[in-house]
Design a protein around this ligand. Sequence first.
Ligand code: AMP
Length: 942
Amino acid sequence: MAVHHLQTTLVMIVIYLILTRQTTATTEEFRVSVPENVAVGQAIITLPRTQLGDKAELPCAKIMDGDPHFRFNVTKDCIILVANPLDWSVESAYLLNIHRGLYNTSVEVQLTDVVGYPPVYNDTCETPTNPKGGLLLSLKSSAEVLTTNQDVLYIRHLWYDDFFHPPTYDHWKANTNNSDCTFHLATYLSWADDIITFKDIYDNGLRQTTCSAGSDNHDLSAELFFTGGDEESRLQKLRKFLPNFIVDDVRDNIIVLFLKCIFPAKDAKLYSCNFPTFLHPPVRAFNSDARIQIASFEYVDVEVRPIGCPVGRYGFLCNKNCICKNGARCHGFNGACRCAPGWKGVACDIPKPDVSITTTPSDPRQIYTSRNVAFHCRALNIDAKVMSLRFPNGSEKLVSGENYMTVLVANMQPENSGHYICMVLDKDGLTLNATLDVLCPPNRKGVDCDEACDCLQGASCDRWAGCVCPPGWNGTRCQTKCPRGTYGKDCTKRCSCQNGASCSPSGGRCNCTDGWYGNDCGKPCPSGLFGWRCQQRCACKYNATCNSVDGSCTCVTPWTGRYCDQLQTSRARDEPLLESLIPLGSLVLLVAIVTAILFKTGVLACSVPETGEEEKILFELRRMEQDLAQTLQPGWLGRWEKKARHLTPGPLIGEGMFGKVRRAQLRTTGGRLDVAAKAVRVEDAQSYRDFYREAAILVAVHQVQEQDGNDRKSNIVRLVGLITKSAEKYILLEYAPKGDLLGFLRGIKNNNQEYLLENLLGYAVHIARALQELERLRIAHRDVAARNVLITADDVAKLADFGLARDVYATAQYVRANRPGLDELLPLKWMALESIETGEYTCQSDVWSFGVLLWEIATLGQDPCYDGRTQLTFLQMVGILRQGIRMNRPPGCPEDLYRLMRACWRDVPATRPTPEGIEKRLLQLRLALLIPEAIQIMETAL
Ligand code: AMP
């Protein structure tokens, strides 16, 4: 557009120069026509050489007159430039007089009106000011889906939020148009999972989706373009539907997502979208784990929330500079300026005759709290003959010959509220005025502001309307909840939730009671699931029926117990603890195995002096997974046992309340070996339990690795041996000279973050492999965190601490659980939502903690924090996570890495990426950091 105007301008300039140049002895006259939106800095005319026969060219000096507001500049070479923005409605023509040696040159500049210029300030979609910067609005979508495996999943997708910095979102193209308050957003998809998902959605015929907020019109629509084919047909297709500015940016990409939305005024708006209920073929979910396929969408909601740009910026990405001057407000959509009193023009930089009225204090809410209020009346850019300030009670204060007056109202009272009018009569008889409305004091209403509002639910008090209730509330003081079945402002909307579900007060989204799901909560949980939105998995065994509300099991004979996994025998009643720990069959097996082990290894025969020890081991083994206990082959303890006299303990390298780690040397047949010796220091039940659990898990892991022949490649810290027969008991581990990852991260001083990150992600890859090993063994680590990762001499990260180091649980990173019947210290900020809520630990909950470990890496070992808080109680943490709040993207962290973290922190464990998927993704990310083009190549290949 601008280029087009420029060309037109130049052609016109030439024509005018030919047609209108008239030369006299001392005066030259020129005319030029320019569009009003000509850019600042643009040349509008180059004056030709003087025709007076001078040998030397006369330089131009300055514009003598005809330009009172400095719209133009002239260079020595006689080029006239635009110096400040032009505005046809303010001044449509200028007659410039230019001094040139002894001669005068006059140039008539005629402005032409340009449609759509200057941009208009539209109050309806005025955006808030947000000093943090970022984006004009945030977009979040959430959906409830049924998978082909009959799982109910709740998917949340953050498209756009204020904490993403615009440069990382270059591939989002946006256009805002405030004449109808719409914004258009287009992006091409670059994340492989998104491409797969959207392709599937596209194949389901969902090219065009509309979304509506209650009874409102469909003011949010999304379109998908699958732009395969040759360049020309692809372009044609895009051009047909998309604005040109977008087509040029997204033309080379396969899938383009285009959103069009009417900007919500002030508050967030929730839209429900018309996705198809049944999908053929199923949609592969937004997840590295392609096993999850969506069979039906129960609902899809999109929330659009206004955020706003910092002062001086506008546009969807807040990346355009406002031109507004002299205290003008700049519209977030199009940069239109709303001028302060006394200014006009597209940039509010041309003075105009005006009057202003202000108060001190300036905030109207403080007027009544400050005892004395000053009213200031100003005449701007005019010479006032008389100035008056009229009070709400009709009285007036006058001054003459002054351009400024201040009136002090002492002891401001409610009856002082109303209109204050400042009026100015100037010397030419022109009158101008400005009005200021002083509202009632807070919480007051009525003609005389003498009635109290006392609104509830945070409602605002309007002088005339009284309490303005938020959606979902009614009554003079907003004391009444909307009647059941209704919602929205003034409870005018009807909701259709079933089975005792309530509906959200603003959007009407159904909040199902336990045991139900679906758009209107009309569907009972699929078999095997129970609880709120069927998010929990039944644990009932042996054909028992599971209650879809609370997951309780109704057993079939002869089974009994909470999960119907125990046989009904008298033993069960006698030994409830053991029975609840493991099924009877495995108990017998386990006792047999352990007894055999103990005899075979001579432990029993050697008679351990502390007679309680075998029992401690037995007890600990029973607490473990049945599968794991079975992997412990007879003789395990003896095969790993080392002699205490072969160990030479060295300096302490890690210490806590219950355990301590020493660097030590172990005498072996092959020579002396550096080891880390972990010892129990305090002989209490907890320390022993941890000691034996860690020993048994490490033995099990190593046995399986030995069988598979890949023990050397493992990313789990290597077990060297155990010393259990001496008074001081040790777990002997390979010595990792670089210590733990947390200390390593915190010790990094290098500023080259990208180089660093690419190296550090190597450690993350190692731990993702460790998680794969644990997944194969069906062991949950429960405490994946940077402090529990060790770095070996050859720079390999290994997962360590399988339970001994409860000592660190006493530090701030571990919070005491206050679940009934539970008294343990938990690494709360690393724990998955379900682990906090129900104490359930799985490989998927380890994936959550791995996401936190990634965050620790990206922040070089900072303390995890939510909303700027590092110390959180059990309940606060649950509340935060349940609201969908997650840790922010660390500064400098690549967007894709943050997306991976967020994927690890999904509510529903099954939707989190698998350790294998994580490893793949991390390798891609590392590659992309090393060779930025690599990611492009990989995605094109997809
Ligand atoms: P842990 O009890 O496993 O958490 O260990 C406590 C601290 O001792 C760790 O943070 C490490 O600094 C150190 N440590 C533990 N195991 C080793 C090892 N195998 N090699 C070197 N340092 C270790």
